[in-house]
Design a protein around this ligand. Structure first.
Ligand code: ADP
Ligand code: ASP
Ligand code: MG
Length: 416
């Protein structure tokens, strides 16, 4: 079986859906499972719905409804096509959930709402495939991928997931399912983390012993830097799993960081390919110690926080202090990007991904002296050369620097 994953940027309009169907026609519609994300910026739009719901007690779906209605109208000339009733049904279900909900748990509510983007996207595409006479099976990923109850960052229960997938997905046919979403054993929707559809594709690939995974992107492959930011970036034709894990871990957003490990475990090759040009080879990620980039790779993560923590009595910052600090990072779902310690203080660069920074600080201050610098950027250079480091430092205030044989990391503030 082959797994294809199409992201939001690929299916942001009717033309994208048509292009996706062309790709399927050209590459085959049998023995394939396609994983699709929410269309365009739907996930961001739904995040706004959730924010308005919590802050102003307002339920406003106008924007997301209109956006999908427009795409459906462009795909289905017949306004009586059953897809329009299906869409109405989803919006009704979402509205009822919000009206009846009494939970104040933001993360729980977030996951019950946000997955409608993926459900609706795959419903439209499945119906469109049928209208093109491509027989397909629409699968609710929540029935197959089972997780714990860590809403917004759910951890997969591999054993149950494996059984479910093997039971429902059979060879030779075409399946379409959602990325990003899963559910608890009580059938509450969970999500695998923002941009997690790549990871969903890897979960299906692992459980199905897939031959290959292709993720179709608006770029022609993995570059040595984000081509939207670095004009002189060059494409890497082949990299090994470890290199891909490192690049994704440090923030190369072209691949979700959790994607590679399940594939590596079964040596399933991953190809990052251009959604717009089927003739391009893309970047192949596979096994092989030798396939490492021959050029420095640049990764930038912005809007991070540099946090410095010290004991209140200026005593040494020892292991016990660190374990207390990390327990709090864990409790407030804080992602740590870089660590540096000295005798009396401990510095970390963190990602305020779940917006729990204020709560974290409140709790840290009970035990420690804390200072922080918001809005910092982290530059990571894999296979760094002295020239590349120098070029990165130019015109910036470097707050912290770490250099190892493989990787250089610079925490900078550009607006000081
Ligand atoms: P989708 O959500 O549609 O699957 P993403 O937008 O998440 O796709 O990923 C594609 C984007 O990743 C590109 O548009 C590009 O700007 C960005 N990107 C970041 N780092 C890299 C890199 N090293 N190589 C290629 N693209 C990169
Ligand atoms: N739709 C989700 C997001 O935007 C998941 C994904 O696209 O990978 O984060
Ligand atoms: Mg994405």
């Amino acid at each position: 079986m082959i797994i294809f994953k199409f992201g939001g940027a690929s299916v942001k309009e009717a033309a994208g859906v048509k292009n996706m169907v062309e790709i399927l026609k050209k590459t085959g519609t049998k023995d394939k499972l396609i994983v699709v994300s929410a269309m365009g910026k739907t996930t961001n739009a739904l995040e706004l719905v959730i924010q308005n719901y919590f802050e102003f007690n307002k339920i406003d779906l106008t924007e997301v409804k209109n956006f999908h209605a427009q795409i459906a109208q462009n795909l289905f000339a017949n306004t009586n096509h059953p897809i329009f009733a299906t869409l109405n049904q989803y919006w009704k279900e979402l509205t009822s959930f919000l009206e009846e909900n009494s939970s104040q748990d933001y993360d729980f509510v977030y996951d019950q709402v946000i997955g409608f983007g993926e459900l609706i996207s795959t419903a439209i595409i499945s119906a469109y495939l049928n209208s093109e006479e491509i027989k397909n099976n629409w699968i609710d990923a929540r029935k197959l991928i089972k997780t714990d109850t860590t809403y917004r960052d759910a951890q997969v229960n591999w054993e149950i997931t494996q059984k479910n997938i093997n039971h429902h997905i059979k060879p030779n046919e075409l399946f379409i399912t959602q990325g990003f979403i899963a559910s608890t054993t009580n059938n509450c929707t969970t999500t695998l983390g923002r941009e997690g559809s790549d990871y969903s594709a890897a979960i299906f690939a692992y459980c199905l012993n897939a031959k290959e995974v292709s993720i179709w992107k608006d770029v022609s492959g993995v570059y040595n830097a984000d081509p939207r930011i670095f004009k002189d970036s060059i494409q890497l034709n082949q990299i090994n799993y470890n290199e891909a894990i490192e690049l994704a871990f440090y923030g190369a957003s072209v691949i979700h960081p959790k994607t590679i490990q399940p594939l590596q475990r079964k040596e399933i090759p991953l190809v990052v390919r251009s959604f717009y040009d089927l003739t391009l080879p893309g970047t192949k990620v596979s096994n092989g110690p030798k396939i490492v980039p021959q050029v420095p790779c640049f990764i930038v993560k912005d809007d991070l926080i540099l946090l410095s923590i010290a004991t209140k009595d200026f005593s040494f910052f020892v292991e016990q202090n660190m374990s207390e600090v990390f327990a709090l990072f864990h409790a407030f779902q804080t992602k740590v990007d870089l660590i540096q310690n000295s005798a009396i203080s401990f510095s970390v660069v963190i990602d305020n991904k779940f917006k729990k920074f204020d709560l974290l600080i409140e709790n840290l201050q009970k035990r420690f002296r804390v200072s922080f610098n918001k809005g910092v950027k982290l530059y990571t250079l894999r296979h760094a050369t002295p020239e590349a480091i120098k070029a990165t430092e130019k015109d910036k205030v470097v707050l912290l620097k770490q250099v190892t044989r493989e990787t250089a990391q610079l925490v900078v503030h550009e607006n000081l």
